[in-house]
Design a protein around this ligand. Structure first.
Ligand SMILES: Cc1cc2nc3c(=O)[nH]c(=O)nc-3n(C[C@H](O)[C@H](O)[C@H](O)COP(=O)(O)O)c2cc1C
Length: 190
């Protein structure tokens, strides 16, 4: 089983994307090959980077950074469920990435964005790519961007999937899965 962490990148108490992240987690569980954990950056409440040393040195003095390091170090791959704010990805997600370094290295990441508007947050996905490259995260080829996110929530606030969205999300998950053959793994995250 591949240890997958699904990171919900909104910290808003009324986040619409939290329901989407829960649905992605359920989808990953149903797939049967993942051991998924949902990480809600709102619950993690990581302070803005306050370590005296460089994250790339990995000598953390604050317990919250050590805890974050343990969480991220335990994952083999990730899916970022990320809203678009003002044309970009969220500050808490940038801070969560910047707070560590080695823990991200070489791990596949799937990108699922969303927004209120028509873009589905696709510009935020493009904006985060150079950041991922800097810390050695390897973005899966397939991405999913969901416009008009609130139209996908039912009265109880649950994400309403369509067959099309389910297929797209499965393709993102396939891009971070661990194939038995390492050569296939290279291909899967190319
Ligand atoms: C600070 C901020 C900036 C936003 N900027 C955009 C934007 O540029 N384009 C867009 O379509 N929606 C924008 N939105 C709407 C969000 O995409 C929408 O509210 C989404 O639900 C936010 O995700 P969350 O509810 O999980 O935090 C913005 C929302 C916030 C809070």
């Amino acid at each position: 089983m591949t240890r997958l962490h699904i990171i919900s990148a909104s910290t808003r108490p009324t986040s619409s994307g939290r329901a989407l992240a829960r649905w992605v987690t359920e989808l990953a569980t149903d797939q049967g090959t993942f051991n998924p954990t949902l990480i809600d950056l709102g619950e993690v409440a990581l302070p803005f980077l306050d370590e005296p040393g460089l994250p790339s040195d990995g000598r953390y003095v604050h317990q919250h950074t050590k805890d974050w390091s343990t969480v991220i170090g335990a994952a083999e791959c990730f899916v970022f469920v990320m809203p678009m704010y003002n044309g970009g990805f969220t500050a808490p997600l940038k801070n969560a990435i910047d707070s560590l370094y080695q823990e991200w290295q070489g791990k596949p990441v799937g990108l699922i964005s969303y927004s209120a508007g028509a873009s589905g947050g696709a510009p935020a996905v493009e904006m985060i790519r150079p950041v991922l490259a800097r810390v050695g995260l390897r973005p899966a080829a397939h991405t999913l961007s969901i416009p008009a996110i609130d139209d996908h929530l039912d009265a109880a606030g649950h994400f309403r999937a369509t067959p099309g969205l389910t297929g797209e999300a499965r393709a993102v998950l396939a891009g971070v899965a661990r194939p038995a053959d390492p050569a296939q793994r290279e291909h899967a995250v190319a």
